[in-house]
Design a protein around this ligand. Structure first.
Ligand code: TNX
Length: 474
């Protein structure tokens, strides 16, 4: 055992009290595990590295009464406890869609702060889509010059009309590096998402020759409605070269192991109707547009492997057959999870039934406008991500993730309202051992987080507002 002090100590804890807080190295503990002991002689946190110390400190912080500010007495009184703790899953994610609405870096950092408090460790950053391209790529400046701007968005309360208000924004590479290091200091890895071959309308608006220019209805433009644009990337060598150059820059910006390439909801009509795409399909011996999607992404997967990265994609990537080593993010039918696991592909469970934080969390009449759906706090908490019949049980399940799609989430306060407290429920599912959940206890404990959220200016959804149908099972 050696004395160590690598993990940042929250200012309130370090304080001026001179509390005897020891961070001790214990190599036998798994990567994110910690042992926290509060004793009359002081506090000890044992871990095998930074992640464990960091999580021990988060738990210590949660033991502090109220909002964490120093009481009048000038010191805190902590209960003597011994907590041995480790996460159930290694992927405990939250996704933010920064395309449908743009959120400045400050808002991302606030979200990362909250994630850290709940020991969530993956920030999935949705950066490109039909409605915008939000990541600076040095080699292709039009991606942001053209692709980050749309002329208008759907009107609030009337999805089929436009609001006439231009909307734009993107992150510079310096800003991305800043976010990545801010996240890393909080033990959060950032997984960027660059969508292909569908949800790529903004890319095609910037570089129209990469679309299916010979398909009927080819219309390059940054999409101004929600839903899915029919414009998809052409399956040409030129497109692959472009994507590889983009992904090369992305790989350099994001040091983590994973790059998400979307792959969801690809409308295949243009591939069926483009003579050029059909020719490529036949030459490659592919029987369907679905097979061509797998072929397309297999080529990208090979490129990413050569860069030392794993491809992650939404479960739609399996429609034309599974890619050899892709991580499948399951959002629709749980059958996709079983198929992926049976083929040996790891999965992240993020089904709409329990993880879509853009869905309504109470009666529609009394909630802010949302995409629809029905996802109460209790339903999130009831999430059982690994049913008994998953091939290989829990072994292939990397973890779980909540998704904040932002078609109807326009600003920071609304984002808070949709994320909290639901993301806290998800965090408990992600961290706690299977079978240890207790809704009553969660509700009681959650109440004690309210003063902290208030101090931090988090505009959470008040806990006494009504939910709707609860406790849905998968
Ligand atoms: C489906 S989930 C989408 C998103 C939308 C979301 C709205 C997924 C892979 N695709 O493009 O924003 O529904 O809930």
């Amino acid at each position: 055992m050696v004395r160590a002090g690598l993990a940042p100590i929250p200012a309130e804890i370090a304080g001026e009290s001179g509390a005897d807080l020891r961070l001790l190295h214990e190599s036998g503990l798994p990567e994110e595990a910690y042992l926290l002991e509060v004793m009359p002689s002081g506090v000890e946190i044992r871990a095998s590295g930074g992640a464990g110390w960091f999580y021990g400190l988060q738990t210590l912080h949660q033991l502090l009464p109220g909002d964490g500010s120093l009481p009048d007495a000038g010191y805190w009184t902590l209960p003597c406890v011994r907590i041995e703790d480790r996460p159930r899953f290694r992927w405990r994610g939250l996704m933010l869609d920064t395309v449908r609405h743009f959120f400045p870096v400050e808002v991302l950092k606030r979200l990362l702060d909250q994630m850290a408090r709940y020991k969530l460790n993956v920030f999935h950053w949705h950066l490109t889509d039909d409605q915008g391209w939000r990541l600076q790529i040095l080699r292709y400046p039009l991606l942001t010059e053209v692709g980050s701007r749309r002329t208008e968005s759907p009107l609030a309360g009337d999805r089929d009309s436009g609001d006439g208000v231009p909307c734009g924004g993107f992150y510079t590479q310096d800003e991305v590096r800043d976010v990545v290091s801010y996240a890393a200091e909080r033990q959060i890895r950032v997984v960027p998402e660059i969508e292909m071959p569908g949800h790529a309308g903004a890319l095609i608006a910037a570089y129209p020759h990469l679309g299916n220019t010979d398909a009927p209805g080819f219309h390059p433009a940054v999409w101004t409605r929600w839903g899915v644009s029919p414009q998809i990337l052409a399956p040409t060598d030129e497109v692959f070269e472009f994507l590889e150059n983009v992904l090369g820059e992305v790989a350099g910006l994001f040091p983590g192991d994973f790059i998400h390439v979307g792959g969801d909801e690809v409308p295949k009509q243009q591939w069926r109707e483009s003579p050029r795409a059909q020719k490529i399909m036949k030459a490659a011996g592919l029987k369907s547009a679905e097979e061509m999607q797998t072929w397309f992404l297999a080529r990208i997967e090979k490129f990413l492997r050569a860069q030392g990265k794993h491809l992650v994609g939404w479960d739609d990537i399996s429609e034309g057959g599974l890619l050899p080593s892709a991580v499948v993010m399951v959002w629709r039918d749980w059958e996709w999870a079983r198929k992926a696991l049976a083929a040996g592909n790891p999965i992240v469970m993020t089904p709409t039934s329990h993880c879509y934080f853009d869905y309504l969390q109470g009666p529609q009449e009394s909630e802010p406008e949302a995409i629809g759906g029905d996802l109460t706090l209790e339903t999130v908490y009831s999430f059982k991500p690994v049913p008994g019949d998953f091939p290989g049980g829990e072994a292939g399940v990397l973890g779980i993730q909540g998704n904040l799609w932002t078609e109807y989430i326009r600003d920071r306060d609304h984002l808070d309202y949709m994320a909290w407290p639901r993301a806290a429920a998800l965090a408990e599912v992600a961290w706690s051992p299977c079978g240890s959940k207790d809704w009553g206890s969660f509700e009681r404990r959650l109440a004690s987080h309210v003063p902290v959220w208030k101090t931090r200016g988090i505009r959470f959804r008040p806990l006494d507002l009504p939910g709707t149908a609860d406790g849905r099972e998968p």
